[in-house]
Design a protein around this ligand. Structure first.
Ligand code: 5GP
Length: 189
């Protein structure tokens, strides 16, 4: 059976999805990594069209109204992020192996419209490690830390909605496992 051409990578906050997808962008040119639209401001070093399409809230509204978003969500409180339907469909029609790195809400929307896609959950090596990453900075109040841990518990419970789990114990290894789940043979690097 041939591999589904669309893979969705999601997982809890702070699990390192961004690091894994950056590694894939830099090391696996055979993966077509979707570039999302976002209303958040670019961080230093981020380029429009490479890391994101940086748009205004009005432009984002328009994309949603025109039905151009395959999925979209408000992430971390206020900024909106979405996947552009047209570019993803064109890449799939072109036979590319498409990867979306999106949040859980977005993954659930893609599951509604494309249940045949491949859903991969990126998990932390352990609950303790997750707690360390979430509360480790020591800048949050105990209440805020508790809130983050509650959110993390809910997010971890979503694992059963996915076809596969990849543990992010090491970025290079996790990336290699992910691309092999996409039907691409990982090369020696
Ligand atoms: P950051 O602002 O750190 O680049 O990304 C924040 C979060 O937004 C990450 O959890 C990432 O998975 C999520 N995200 C990025 N692009 C999209 C998208 O197109 N759709 C959805 N639903 N989430 C996204």
């Amino acid at each position: 059976m041939s591999q589904p051409r669309l893979t969705v990578l999601a997982g809890p906050t702070a699990v390192g999805k961004g690091t894994v997808s950056t590694y894939i962008r830099d090391n696996y040119p055979e993966v077509w990594l979707s570039v999302s639209a976002t209303t958040r401001a670019p961080r230093p070093g981020e380029e429009n069209g490479v890391h994101y399409f940086f748009v205004t809230t009005e432009e984002f509204d328009e994309l949603v109204a025109e039905g151009q978003m395959l999925e979209w969500a408000v992430v971390h409180g206020h900024n909106r992020y979405g996947t552009l339907r047209r570019t993803v469909e064109a890449a799939m029609a072109d036979g590319k192996s498409v990867l979306l790195e999106i949040d859980l809400q977005g993954a659930r929307q893609v599951k509604e419209s494309m249940p045949e896609a491949n859903f991969v959950f990126l998990a932390p090596p352990s609950w303790d490690e997750m707690v360390r990453r979430l509360v480790g900075r020591g800048t949050e109040t105990p209440e805020e830390q508790q809130q983050r841990l509650e959110t993390a518990k809910l997010e971890l419970a979503a694992e059963s909605e996915f076809n596969h789990t990849v543990i992010n114990d090491d970025v290079q290894r996790a990336a290699a496992e992910l691309v092999s789940l996409m039907g691409i043979s990982p090369r020696q690097r």
